[in-house]
Design a protein. Structure first.
Length: 262
C-alpha cells in the first residue's frame, strides 16, 4: 500500500474533525500561532496573498488563515476528511461578517494539476511520510510549479534529530502510525536547494515538545509545561550552535523562496 492510500484508510472514519460553534470559538481560531507569526515575519506575506496547502486535513490552518484575510486553497487525499473540512469551514463562515476565501478539494498531489499559482505553498507534517527520495522530490517539484515566481515554499516536519525521537515513535505519540523518515536540518535544506529554491533556512522549532505528554504526575506535568513554554522563549535568543538547538526541538520549520523567473 502506498503512502497516499494509507492515509485514505486511516482517515476513513475519523480524524481531523474540527468545529466552530460560537463566536468565542472563532476568537481562538483567528489567533495566529507562533509558527505562523514566524512564517509571515520571514516571508513578509500579507493578507492580500494567496496560499496553497498540501494535505490540509480538517482545515485547521485554512480556517485560521482565511479569517485573517488570506485567500487559501487546500487539497487532501481523503474524501472523508475533505467533507469534514468543508463542514468546518461552513461553521466558521457563520460567525464572520465577510465571506472567507477558503476552498478545498479531494486530490492526490501526485496527480494534481492546476493553472493557478500561489504566493506561498506549504504543508504541515505530510512530506516525511514519503520514504523514497524520488517521491519527495516529485512532490517538491509539484509545489514548486504551484508557487509564483518570487513566492515561497514552507515545510513543517518532525525533527528526526530530537533526543526524544525514538521514545515518541515507539510510544506512537505522533498520532497516526504511518512510517516517517528522520528529517534533520541538513537533509531538508538540501532537498529545498536541489529543487531550485533560494534563501533556504531550516529553523529548529518547538523546543521540548511532548514534554507534558511524557511527564508523569501533576507536579511533573506542571514542571514540564514551564520548561516547554520558557525554553521556546529563551532558546531561540541564545547564541548557541544550530546543531545543539536541533537536539532539543521537536520540529523543523523550513522556508525557501522561488527565484524570479525571466
Amino acid at each position: 500500500m502506498n503512502t497516499s492510500n494509507e492515509w485514505v484508510q486511516n482517515l476513513k472514519y475519523d480524524g481531523y474533525d474540527h468545529h466552530c460553534n460560537s463566536k468565542s470559538d472563532l476568537v481562538s481560531i483567528k489567533k495566529l500561532g507562533r509558527i505562523w507569526q514566524e512564517i509571515l515575519r520571514r516571508t513578509k506575506i500579507n493578507s492580500s496573498s494567496t496560499m496553497f496547502e498540501m494535505g490540509c486535513g480538517g482545515g485547521k490552518y485554512l480556517a485560521t488563515l482565511a479569517v485573517n484575510g488570506f485567500s487559501v486553497h487546500g487539497i487532501d487525499v481523503s474524501p472523508e476528511v475533505v467533507t469534514r473540512c468543508n463542514n468546518y469551514l461552513s461553521e466558521v463562515s457563520q460567525f464572520v461578517q465577510e465571506p472567507i476565501l477558503a476552498t478545498v478539494e479531494n486530490a492526490d498531489i501526485f496527480n494534481y494539476n492546476s493553472s493557478v499559482l500561489y504566493d506561498l505553498t506549504y504543508h504541515f507534517g505530510v512530506i516525511e511520510h514519503f520514504l523514497n527520495l524520488s517521491d519527495r522530490m516529485f512532490i517538491w517539484q509539484k509545489l514548486y510549479e504551484l508557487t509564483k515566481s518570487d513566492g515561497w515554499m514552507v515545510s513543517v516536519v518532525p525533527n528526526g534529530s530530537h533526543f526524544w525521537r525514538e521514545y515518541i515513535r515507539q510510544n506512537n505519540l505522533c498520532g497516526y502510525n504511518i512510517p516517517e523518515i528522520d528529517y534533520n536540518v541538513k537533509l531538508h535544506e538540501q532537498e529545498f536547494l536541489d529543487i531550485g529554491l533560494q534563501k533556504v533556512i531550516a529553523i529548529p522549532w518547538n523546543y521540548f515538545g511532548f514534554a507534558e505528554r511524557i511527564a508523569q504526575g501533576s507536579l511533573n506535568k506542571g514542571l514540564a509545561k514551564m520548561i516547554h513554554l520558557s525554553s521556546n522563549v529563551v532558546i531561540p535568543m541564545l547564541p548557541l550552535p544550530r546543531t545543539f538547538k536541533e537536539k532539543f526541538a521537536h520540529g523543523l520549520l523550513v522556508i525557501g523562496q522561488k527565484p524570479i523567473l525571466v
